[in-house]
Design a binder for this molecule. Structure first.
Ligand SMILES: C[S@@+](CC[C@H](N)C(=O)[O-])C[C@H]1O[C@@H](n2cnc3c(N)ncnc32)[C@H](O)[C@@H]1O
Length: 418
C-alpha cells in the first residue's frame, strides 16, 4: 500500500475515505488515461456498448436498466425503484449482485429528530432536535450512486462528468435533488467530497467503489465525533456513540481519530478543508494534553501486545486494561471503544477479577454492537464472560497473588468454543 501511495500520481481524495482505504491510480507513465470514446455524442457510448457483452448469466431483472454507457468492463446500471433509487457504475457481475441483494430497509431517525442548519466555517450540518441516545441508529441507507474506482480515476474528465450526470438523471426526482444538494461544484467534485469507500463483492479486483449517501454526507467531521459509521456491502449505518443533546451538532470522523493533532490537521487539509472541530480548536495547552494521551495510549497498547506475545504473557497486568479504558474515555475516543473494553474484560478475567471482567465485558458487548454491528463475532464471547466469568475460557489463566499479579498461568479452565 505504502509503495502505491508513493508512486501514485492521483488518489481518490474523498474526505470520507479512510487513509488505509485510499485507492490510488498507477503512475501515469505506466497507465495512460484511457478512453475509447469518440467525440461524436450520439455514438459516444454506443460504440463501447457494442464492444462489451456482459456474460449472459449476469442478466438483470427487468426492473434494472443497463448495461449502458460502458467504459472497459464498467457500465451504467440503474433502478429507480430500488429503495430510494440506485445507479451503479460498475461491472455486470456487481450490478447483478446488487440486483439480487435485499433492498436495504431505509431506517433510523425520524426526520423530526434532527434539523439542518448552517455551521460557521463548515457549510451546512445536522443538529439533534431531541436527545439521541447512545446506540441509537441515526441512518441506515444504501448508496444512491456507487462508482467503481477505475472509471472514477481513469476516465476522461468530460466523459466522466457526462456519465455521472446520466447516472444521476436516472434517479427519482427527490433522490436526485438530495444528491445535488451535496457540496461540490461538479459531479466528480461531489463524488470526491462526499463519497465513502465501499467494498462490494468481497475483496475481488473490482471491489473498491465510491458510495454516495446524500443524507449521511450532510454530517460534518469532528475528530471526537458523537456518531460512528460502519458499512457492510450495500448498507451504511450510522450510530450514536454517546448521548447527543438537543441542539448539539451530529458529527462523524472522516479520518482515524487516534492520531496526533498536527497529523489530523494535515490529513484533513489535504482533503480540502481546515478542520474547525471541537478538538482542533482547543486551547494549545489542551491540544498538548490530548496529544500526550494519544502517545500514552499507543505506548500502552504496544506494551500489552509485546507482553502478551511472551510465553504466558509474562509481565502483563490487568490494570493495564483498566488504564487503557480510562485514557480512551478521557480522550473522548467513544467511537473506538470496542477493542479496548474487550481487551480490559479479558485481562481482568485472566487474573480472576470477576466484577471488573463482568463490567468491561458488558461495555464491550454494547460497543461491539455499535462499532461492528450485531453480527460481530466477539459479542457472543463477551456475553458469556459477562454472564458467567468463571465459565469463560479466559477465566483465571493467570492468578493474582497477595503481592500483585503472579506470572504463573493456571490454564486449567481453558475450554474451546467459549
Ligand atoms: C461531506 S460534506 C459535509 C456537509 C457539508 N458541510 C455541506 O454543507 O453539505 C464535507 C465538507 O463539509 C465541510 N466540513 C466538514 N467538517 C468540517 C470541519 N470539521 N471543519 C471545517 N469544514 C468542515 C468541508 O467543506 C468538507 O469538504
Amino acid at each position: 500500500f505504502q509503495e502505491n501511495i508513493e508512486k501514485a500520481t492521483s488518489c481518490s481524495r474523498s474526505p470520507l475515505v479512510r487513509e488505509a482505504q485510499l485507492v490510488c491510480s498507477a503512475p501515469q507513465a505506466k497507465r495512460q488515461r484511457q478512453t475509447s470514446f469518440k467525440d461524436d455524442t450520439p455514438g459516444l457510448w454506443k460504440k463501447s456498448d457494442q464492444r462489451y457483452q456482459p456474460p449472459s448469466d449476469y442478466k438483470l431483472p427487468p426492473s434494472w436498466k443497463g448495461p449502458e454507457k460502458c467504459f472497459q468492463e464498467f457500465c451504467l446500471f440503474s433502478n429507480p425503484n430500488f429503495g430510494e433509487g440506485m445507479s451503479l457504475i460498475t461491472t455486470s457481475r456487481i450490478a447483478y449482485l446488487a440486483s439480487k441483494a435485499p433492498v436495504t430497509s431505509i431506517s433510523g431517525l425520524q426526520p423530526t429528530a434532527y434539523y439542518e442548519a448552517e455551521v460557521p466555517g463548515k457549510g451546512a450540518g445536522l443538529f439533534a432536535n431531541r436527545t439521541i441516545h447512545r446506540g441509537e441508529i441515526i441512518f441506515q441507507r444504501h448508496p444512491v450512486l456507487a462508482i467503481q474506482s477505475t472509471p472514477h480515476l481513469d476516465l476522461d474528465p468530460r466523459v466522466r462528468e457526462e456519465l455521472y450526470q446520466a447516472a444521476i438523471d436516472r434517479l427519482p426526482q427527490e433522490t436526485r435533488a438530495r444528491f445535488l444538494r451535496q457540496v461540490g461544484t461538479t459531479m466528480y467534485d461531489k463524488a470526491e467530497k462526499n463519497a465513502f469507500r465501499i467494498f462490494l463483492d468481497g475483496s475481488r479486483k473490482h471491489s473498491p467503489h465510491l458510495g454516495l449517501f446524500p443524507e449521511v454526507s450532510k454530517i460534518n467531521h469532528d475528530c471526537r465525533p458523537n456518531i460512528h459509521y460502519r458499512i457492510t456491502d450495500f448498507t451504511h449505518t450510522t450510530v450514536a456513540v454517546r448521548d447527543i443533546h438537543p441542539g448539539e451538532e451530529l458529527t462523524v470522523s472522516y479520518i482515524y481519530g487516534k492520531t496526533l493533532h498536527a497529523d489530523r490537521q494535515k490529513q484533513l487539509h489535504e482533503w480540502g478543508f481546515n478542520c474547525t472541530c471541537s478538538q482542533c480548536t482547543l486551547p494549545p495547552l489542551e491540544i498538548g494534553a490530548s496529544d500526550n494521551r494519544i502517545r500514552q495510549i499507543k505506548a500502552l497498547e504496544n506494551e500489552i501486545e509485546t507482553l502478551m506475545a511472551h510465553p504466558g504473557g509474562k509481565g502483563v497486568k490487568p490494570e493495564m486494561g483498566g488504564k487503557l479504558v480510562e485514557l480512551y474515555v478521557a480522550e473522548r475516543l467513544d467511537a473506538y471503544l470496542a477493542p479496548t473494553y474487550t481487551r480490559a474484560a479479558l485481562l481482568y478475567s485472566m487474573f480472576g477479577s470477576e466484577e471488573r471482567a463482568r463490567v468491561f465485558a458488558t461495555e464491550a458487548m454494547a460497543a461491539l454492537e455499535r462499532e461492528v454491528g450485531p453480527q460481530a463475532k466477539d459479542i457472543e464471547s463477551m456475553r458469556r464472560l459477562a454472564e458467567d466469568p468463571k465459565g469463560h475460557w479466559s477465566w483465571g489463566i493467570k492468578v493474582t497473588s497477595g503481592t500483585g499479579a503472579s506470572e504463573v498461568g493456571r490454564n486449567e479452565t481453558r475450554r474451546s468454543g467459549k
